[in-house]
Design a protein around this ligand. Structure first.
Ligand SMILES: [Cu+2]
Length: 343
């Protein structure tokens, strides 16, 4: 009897390990895994009041077959396996709550001195210096618990990322959305949304991923892969993600710019015409008044919260991001990334 029980729990353990390994691969192959209403999209969401993150390497096979190593923050406490995704998980905190985000360095891939260790830097939130994860101002790089509070001004989109050798570690995937939430309000006193979708923008220069210490020199940035929520979304038929809303619903889209070039966000209808929407927040704060626009430009490190109303009847809209080089402002080869909202 006891032996059977042990056998059974062993099988359950193996099955759960296999399952988490499958998740580790991190592929939600161009849609199919439709995002879900309140869930915020395909990237897992955790409560920043009590979350433990560790660092793991995951290898991604890109659309051209090349395998690229990423370092990501994975939720998972001491279990050693972790719940890994690219981008790293979304962390949520309500105004008035206290964040307790623990960085567990057990088995973390890392560089040697002087770039040893990792931190978690809440980007765009004003937190005490001891909690902001910046080694240059004294933050430890061997694991820590980051504890801070936010107020109503911060309702909306922010980010977090590692602040050790940032030029490399950010590029490696050590970034995620940090959302300050108050019910369904898009900002303090702002309108309510019916659905919320977090979209993290990022770019990949393979040379940075294979770099050792400062070789090659991190000077020129030549991205080859362009992502929305970790997916390439090279065409409308293979969108980075398919989000499911409802006719007539207000969908909040939170754009978190963790990319390293210029970018433009637009929404098009089935005929390719631009759809206008309302921009409520920029760079983590409410605009003095909402703006009716048909595009949003996002520079590296910026965020924006927009709201778009689904038409009546059923159909699809196509949010897209164009990544453009900083010098000539030309759209990169494969630099247009497509997603889809079904309603
Ligand atoms: Cu790091």
């Amino acid at each position: 009897m006891i032996l059977n029980l042990i056998k059974k729990s062993f099988i359950v353990l193996i099955l759960s390990l296999l399952f988490s390994l499958r998740i580790d691969a991190g592929h939600n192959m161009g849609g199919g895994m439709g995002g879900g209403g309140g869930a915020g999209g395909v990237i897992p969401v955790f409560d920043a009041q009590n979350v433990s993150l560790m660092v793991r390497q995951i290898n991604r096979t890109m659309s051209d077959g090349r395998s690229i190593p990423f370092w990501v923050f994975c939720e998972g406490g001491m279990s050693g396996m972790g719940n890994c995704s690219l981008p790293s998980p979304v962390l949520e905190l309500q105004p008035g709550q206290t964040a307790n985000v623990t960085l567990n360095m057990m088995m973390a891939p890392q560089e040697s001195a002087p770039y040893h260790g990792h931190t978690i830097h809440p980007h765009g939130l004003d937190v005490p210096m001891s909690e902001d994860g910046v080694p240059e101002t004294g933050a430890g790089v061997n694991g820590d618990t980051y504890s801070f509070r936010v107020d109503n001004r911060y309702i909306g989109s922010h980010a977090y990322h590692c602040h050790v050798h940032t030029v490399k570690h950010l590029e490696m995937g050590m970034y995620g959305a940090f959302i300050v939430k108050s019910g369904n309000q898009i900002n303090d006193g702002g309108p309510n949304y019916d659905f919320e979708w977090n979209i993290v923008l990022s770019t990949v220069d393979p040379a940075y991923h294979f770099a050792v210490q400062d070789d090659p020199v991190f000077a020129d940035y030549n991205p080859e892969y362009f992502l929305m929520n970790g997916q390439e979304g090279l065409s409308r038929n293979t969108p980075a993600e398919i989000f499911t809303a409802a006719p007539g619903a207000n969908v909040a889209i939170r754009l978190i710019g963790m990319h390293s070039v210029n970018s433009t966000f637009e929404i098009r209808d089935a005929s390719g015409n631009r759809v206008s929407f309302t921009q409520h927040n920029f760079d983590g704060f409410a605009l003095p008044s909402p703006r009716n626009v048909s595009r949003v430009e996002l520079s590296p490190g910026q965020t924006s919260d927009i709201m778009v109303r689904m038409p009546s009847g059923s159909g699809s809209l196509y949010p897209e991001v164009s990544y453009r080089d900083l010098r000539q402002n030309n759209v990169y080869n494969n630099g247009r990334v497509y997603t889809r909202i079904d309603f």
